[in-house]
Design a protein around this ligand. Structure first.
Ligand SMILES: [Zn+2]
Length: 204
């Protein structure tokens, strides 16, 4: 079901986007921001549109609505259904920020924003994530470990590198071990976990 705006909401959006309006931060669109977040936080669990991490135990209030083309530079599409999704703070703020280097060619794209081929990464609303990247989870005892399997060398590999998804694997490994500091013992343990995961992956 598409994110249908009511006539009143469209009026509010247009006003917020007028020169002098505060755009996304305008008080007129408080309810619309909530509506967008609700729209993308569906199902039994919520996940980041870039790293596909599940927001496990994260309160929805701390999850960011993400503008794929940054709203600071693409103000007119601030409320476009296809330009918004939800992302974790690491992907949204640290990896992506206000950058647009993931667009193949800004001039060629022009205002034709919603074509997959304009984007080097997996577009959250135009591409099917699992066509390009698959997360394989391996359970070792009561620990869960993730590994991204790159299925395509264009969008899959680009997304993996752009959002530094390797960090999520390492982070997951470290967290799964319940350690934050490195020690000889934990490195050995980590290698054991990695090796057991690779063994599982090699059988897929
Ligand atoms: Zn993320």
């Amino acid at each position: 079901m598409p994110l249908d705006y009511t006539d009143d909401e469209l009026v509010a959006i247009n006003q917020a986007l007028l020169p002098g309006g505060k755009g996304w931060d305008d008080d007129l669109v408080v309810g619309i921001r909530t509506k967008i977040k609700n729209y993308y936080l569906v199902g039994d669990f919520y996940q980041c549109c870039y790293c596909a991490s599940i927001f496990n135990g994260v309160h929805r209030i701390s999850i960011d609505v993400e503008h794929i083309l940054p709203k600071g530079r693409f103000r007119s599409i601030t409320f476009d259904e296809l330009n918004v999704n939800v992302a974790c703070k690491k992907c949204n703020l640290t990896s992506k920020g206000q950058k647009t280097d993931f667009v193949v060619d800004l001039v060629a794209m022009g205002t034709d924003y919603y074509r997959s081929e304009h984007y080097k990464f997996i577009h959250p609303n135009l591409d099917i994530y699992t066509d390009h990247l698959v997360i394989v989870t391996n359970r070792v005892g009561n620990k869960y470990l993730n590994k991204y399997v790159i299925k395509t060398q264009d969008k899959g590999a680009y997304t993996y590198n752009y959002f530094k998804l390797k960090d999520f694997e390492i982070d997951t490994f470290n967290r799964a071990q319940g350690i934050s500091e490195k020690s000889v013992l934990s490195e050995k343990f980590s290698n054991y976990l990695r090796q057991s995961l690779l063994t599982v992956l090699s059988k897929l």
